[in-house]
Design a protein around this ligand. Structure first.
Ligand SMILES: *Cc1c(COP(=O)(O)O)cnc(C)c1O
Length: 339
């Protein structure tokens, strides 16, 4: 029985075609800038998204960290969502390793940081205060796609106030596919964008940071300092390249399956559907039944993450097909039918 793993879209395994592309990759020493496949991936994403340069890195956490450290200096501040990945789920790296002060801003329910809240948080130029340098947004945020007109307004605001603008676009392509625009139409509003290849796109490892040539030059230096300079990484870059060629348009299938799953769960008494956005479904179930639900699902080969009590996040991805979604629906019906 195939496992249906709804914990995250990070759990995807490389397809046979992706593995073949990895095996065939030409490689070289990337610290010398000599890995042709890494170089091709970087040039391709920079070109696709309209930036001068790009840097392939092991993780989205490192990509965001390098962006923050390249935009900001010691004693600078960045504005970030209070519930943003960069602020909350990356070990406080900007503060720990970059000496950059985070200024969290409470997000609106749609994931936007209201511009009035941002304006109120910008510090005056005065020795009492950290220097506010950068605004960091996240798209998608808990699956939600930030409205394009908001991105335009945030861009103009940042320009006016002399702030750089970074996007944690771990799921940039989910946002692009869901809103029916090219990823470039989203990325154009930012000075730098971090993209994960290892989430819905299905590569085993890797993220890419895109930005101006001087920014990426700084990021390359910080990557080495952070221990992220890698050697024959072309085999991983080949997986990323394959993902960009074959796994972007199909993200729509993940979104369709999440919508279908949400529609079915909504009908089940005992399950409170909180929402569905792109490839994520959020439900509440009675806390007292959570452990039993987890055990029931495990017994039929379904994994969920019950770390976010009591809200469950169910994530569809490359390794969850229609049959898998039906199995999840049946398992929920079975469990809650026997209330
Ligand atoms: C997963 C994720 C990251 C970090 O990626 P890792 O490769 O796991 O370090 C950053 N931002 C968001 C929004 C993510 O979902």
């Amino acid at each position: 029985m195939n496992l249906v793993d709804l914990r995250s879209d990070t759990v995807t395994r490389p397809t046979p075609a992706m593995r073949a592309a990895m095996l065939d990759a030409e490689v070289g020493d990337d610290v010398y800038g000599e890995d042709p496949t890494v170089n091709a991936l970087q040039q391709r994403l920079a070109g696709d998204l309209g930036f001068e340069d790009a840097l392939f890195v092991p993780s989205g956490t490192q990509s965001n960290l390098l962006a923050l450290m390249s935009h900001c200096e010691r004693g600078d501040e960045y504005l970030v969502g209070a519930d943003a990945h960069t602020y909350k789920f990356e070990g406080g790296g900007a503060a720990v390793l970059g000496s950059i002060q985070p200024q969290p801003i409470v997000q609106a329910d749609d994931g936007t940081l209201p511009l009035a809240r941002i304006a109120a948080a910008i510090k005056p130029v005065d020795p009492h205060f950290a220097r506010t340098r950068l605004l960091a947004l996240e798209n998608t945020w808990h699956g939600r796609v930030l409205p394009l007109d908001y991105l335009g307004a945030a861009h103009d605001f940042a320009r006016e106030r002399g702030l750089a603008l970074h996007l944690d676009g771990a799921r940039l392509y989910n946002a692009a596919v869901a809103s029916g625009v090219g990823a470039r139409a989203i990325a154009q509003h930012f000075d730098s964008v971090s993209i994960c290849l290892s989430k819905g796109l299905g590569a085993p490892v890797g993220s890419v940071l895109v930005g101006s040539a001087p920014l990426i030059e700084k990021a390359r230096r910080w990557r080495k300092v952070a221990g992220g300079g890698w050697r024959q990484a072309g085999m991983l870059a080949a997986a990323g390249m394959h993902a960009l060629d074959h796994h972007v348009a199909r993200l729509a299938d993940d979104h369709r399956r999440a919508a279908y799953l949400a529609g079915c769960l909504r009908e089940i008494a005992g399950v409170d559907l909180l929402g569905q956005h792109t490839n994520m479904v959020f439900v509440d179930v009675p806390t007292a039944r959570l452990q039993a639900l987890d055990a029931h699902l495990r017994a039929v080969g379904i994994r969920i993450s019950i770390g976010y009590l009591p809200t469950l996040r169910l994530v569809t991805h490359l390794d969850v097909d229609d049959e898998g979604v039906e199995r999840v629906v049946r398992a929920f019906r079975d469990f809650f039918g026997k209330a």
